[in-house]
Design a protein around this ligand. Structure first.
Ligand code: UT7
Length: 323
């Protein structure tokens, strides 16, 4: 008998305000054409004034609970992947727990920037496999608009806000790759690259800071490391690109998504793409894409999915799961 962490529900929330590329032309020397061709982004959502990361997370969590047919107290643990918690502490996870009216279990944040959701999923899987939790809600929630330097055209056009949530629950499997649930994970980081993507604020400065990125360098690492981690995770369970129904990648740049799919020998019609509508929502991008992909009718029960992400750290990883 094998315990598997199986998807029970999914949901997402996007703030109301949609900002098309044209609106950013008024802020910095840029164009819709440049943003679209270099990144694939056409629009993104920005949180309203006063709307926080935990607000977005609560909305996504409620959508996932409704999808699963569960109440907040049916959940044993909440893990939130975020780099934009409302406050330095308490965690966004406990704020979401409180906001849901959940009076039991435990909640904590995972900080691995854009790779955060993959790290959080891996932690949730471990909690379920070790019997510490039966049901774990994994949320990616971000308000990266709050970290933008609105004079830096190389970054401010790329990011957006949003949240997605996935509920995993313990189920019995056979131990084969036909089982539903998480089948393999692969996590990596390399702090030698800390200066390629970071926020120049925190306790050392007493400010929130702004996002700084060496875009070209991150791009180069991304295509190489994302394909490598996806292959490593698939290899662990004897699967390959040919077995994959959907790649659900971190949505940073359509050219990175295409480059990774090509290296994995997976055609683009088996890749869930939302970057055009959401921009880069950091740790929220994968659960958003899972939820949107399911709503579009792309992702169906039994499909083999590979998620992969890379971000500041650098930190990167992948999860193979059967929906
Ligand atoms: O989620 C975490 C991981 N993050 C990523 O994966 C992001 C990775 N990087 C990227 O997606 C791409 O590198 C970018 C989209 C950020 C940039 O694309 P690029 O093709 O690497 O462009 P570049 O940085 O080499 O810039 C090319 C030119 C430069 O002008 P010069 O020096 O050639 O005259 C930039 O100044 O484009 C210029 N540029 C812009 N032009 C118009 C940079 N940003 C803009 C802009 N509008 N917004």
């Amino acid at each position: 008998m094998t315990i598997r962490a199986v998807v029970r529900g999914v949901g997402h929330y996007l703030p109301e305000r949609v900002v098309p590329n044209a609106e950013l032309e008024a802020l910095v020397e840029t164009s819709d054409e440049w943003i679209k061709t270099r990144s694939g982004i056409e629009r993104r959502h920005y949180a309203a004034e006063g709307q926080t990361t935990s607000d977005l997370g609560i909305r996504a969590a409620k959508a996932a609970l409704a999808d699963a047919g569960l109440e907040p107290d049916d959940i044993d643990a909440i893990i939130v992947a975020t780099s934009t918690a409302d406050l330095t502490f308490p965690s966004a996870a406990t704020m979401i727990q409180g906001g849901l009216g959940m009076t039991r279990g435990f909640a904590f944040d995972v900080q691995a920037v854009c790779a955060g959701f993959v790290f959080a999923l891996t932690n949730a899987n471990a909690l379920i496999l070790t019997g510490q939790a039966q049901r774990v809600m994994v949320i990616g929630a971000e308000t990266f608009s709050r970290l933008m330097d609105w004079t830096d055209r190389g970054t401010c056009v790329l990011f957006g806000d949003g949240a997605g949530a996935l509920i995993l629950e313990a189920a019995t499997g056979t131990g084969s790759t036909d089982d539903r649930g998480i089948l393999a994970t692969d996590l990596n980081s390399d702090g030698r690259y800390k200066n390629l993507l970071y926020v120049d604020g925190g306790t050392s400065t007493g400010t929130t800071g702004h996002l700084r990125m060496e875009g070209k360098e991150v791009f180069r690492h991304a295509v190489e490391k994302l394909a490598e981690t996806a292959h490593k995770a698939l290899d662990k369970v004897g699967l390959s690109g040919g077995d994959v129904d959907w790649i659900v990648p971190h949505q940073a740049n359509i050219r990175i998504i295409e480059g990774t799919a090509k290296r994995m020998q997976v055609p683009m019609d088996r890749v869930v793409v939302t970057v055009q509508d959401h921009g880069n929502t950091s740790a929220a991008s994968i659960p958003l894409a899972l939820s949107v992909g399911r709503a579009r009718g792309q992702i169906k029960q039994g499909d083999l999915i590979v998620t992969e992400a890379i971000g500041g750290g650098l930190a990167w990883g992948s999860v193979v799961l059967r929906w």
